[in-house]
Design a protein around this ligand. Sequence first.
Ligand code: 0X9
Ligand code: ZN
Length: 580
Amino acid sequence: MESWTVLVVLLAASGVLGTPFINKLAPGQEFPAKNSVRQPSNIEDASTDLAEPSASELASTQTDAESSIVNKVDETPEKPEAVVKVDETPVKPEAETAAAEPAPIEPDSVNPIEEKPEKSDSDVFANEASTKSDLESLVATEPAKTEPHESEAAPTETDHVDPVIEEEPAILIPKTGDLSKNEVKVDYSGAQVWKISTNRTGVRAVITRLRRRNLVSTWGGDHSSADILVRHDAIENVTRIFKRENISYNVIIEDLQKRIDEENPPLSPEELELHDRRGHRMTWKQYHRLEDIHGFMEYLAKTYPTLISTKSIGKSHEGRDLKVLRISDGKPTNKAVFIDGGIHAREWISPATVTFFINQFAENFDEESDDIKNTDWYFLPVVNPDGYEYTHTTDRLWRKNRKPSNLARVCSGTDLNRNFGYRWGGKGASSNPCSETFRGRTAFSEPESKALADFIKSSGANFSAYLTYHSYGQYLLYPWGYDNVVPPDYKDLDEVGKTIAKAIEETGGSKYSVGSSSGLLYPASGGSDDWAKAQGIKYSYTVELSDTGRYGFILPTSYIDPVAKESLAGLRALMKIIHG
Ligand code: 0X9
Ligand code: ZN
């Protein structure tokens, strides 16, 4: 069948015109008062494509075909060509950006990392670089707790797509998983993950072009390498292009579907029964479904009612609970910490790690150190339950939430980590609903991000720390993410980050890199960490858990225990500092 025929058939069968699936779950308890098939080849037939432009062509020109399909760009975050230097001139402040005319988006400026920021006289940054350290020169001086410009949907300089997208729905091309209302499981047979050295100029541009043609998508990487997923039907062509252009790469994963199949083997019936008798099904030997995670949280609340409570702080788009678990002995002098996981659906190690923390503190509370006991803990292990379930049932590599865009529901999902209302809509966040980094229609347009933020604002707790667990890369990232600037207290954040990293390493664990997320990775606005920091929460970190790319998102279950344990050591180090 022709790929377009497949597209039409799938659209017809996909519920594009139907209503979204609603999964009703029982509401959670309230907190007590303080003292109490094949990968759809719907895009392009990669085997018939490619009259093979050279890399230089790829890098510098745009084919007719590409310009007509510009909206199918996959903007999975890309690591910078080189680590963004801290002494680079900071970009314009938000006020200027928002006021700027809706500049037509350069179709070729698809990579925010490659942009050269402009200098502005009215920059809000302290930029006396000559008298200060490089990082100091990037300290953003705007006050914390700045309320987001929620109604401003200003087009961004770095937007990768046509800003008048609503007028051109016909050129929106869905990606894998977007047509799956018929619940055909996405099959990654033969797809590969490659690690590419990006030291040479032009390599990233080649990757960007291939990505825009949906032949590859970006997984991760660092300043000198990129991990890309190469579609099965694109391997031959991409290989040829890379060979011709002398781009070196290693095949990290030979057959992605095989890895996926091996990743999460079921427990034996005996093991299951053993765990069931304990009152919940969580094992940390497996990646569990949402039902098991929520069941575990309810079990703890029931078992330790004076210490632990749960609360549904809202519902996901498909009606699943956003369940927060609180651990607190109710002492009025306690500090408060908020920890979440699973903002990105496919990062399974994150909810596994967060639930590991919960289990440790809940089951051993009396033996815990004062740093742990004198804290009111709030855990939201799965911020994106619809996406998380979708990765179990349909597409293992889904990243966003599952709310359909309003464009005939061709493309689903918003990247929740681009939807928070601090500097929303800036760099590294797309206005294209088909993009992996779609920022949503407005700040907090998504029920999941909104519920999280509303809860933090209204809980009455005075949070000292906000930790959000992601994967992968082994990074400890502090704000700001929206641009290559740092907050006034960045030195504290850097120092504490390094202390956490040291504690992790000293357990015999992994090596973490510490830095601001825009500096170390790439600018990406609308992140939960930036929003939390802007609320005045001092220690706001994104933790990118293991690994560094050998398995990437498909981390075998044998890693859950060591990753969670070393992360716990890091958390303990942070708590020691907080309780100083
Ligand atoms: O891009 C992201 O959202 C995070 N990386 S991930 O690979 N897990 O997708 C990093 C977020 C860093 N924080 C901000 N940019 N605000
Ligand atoms: Zn993530």
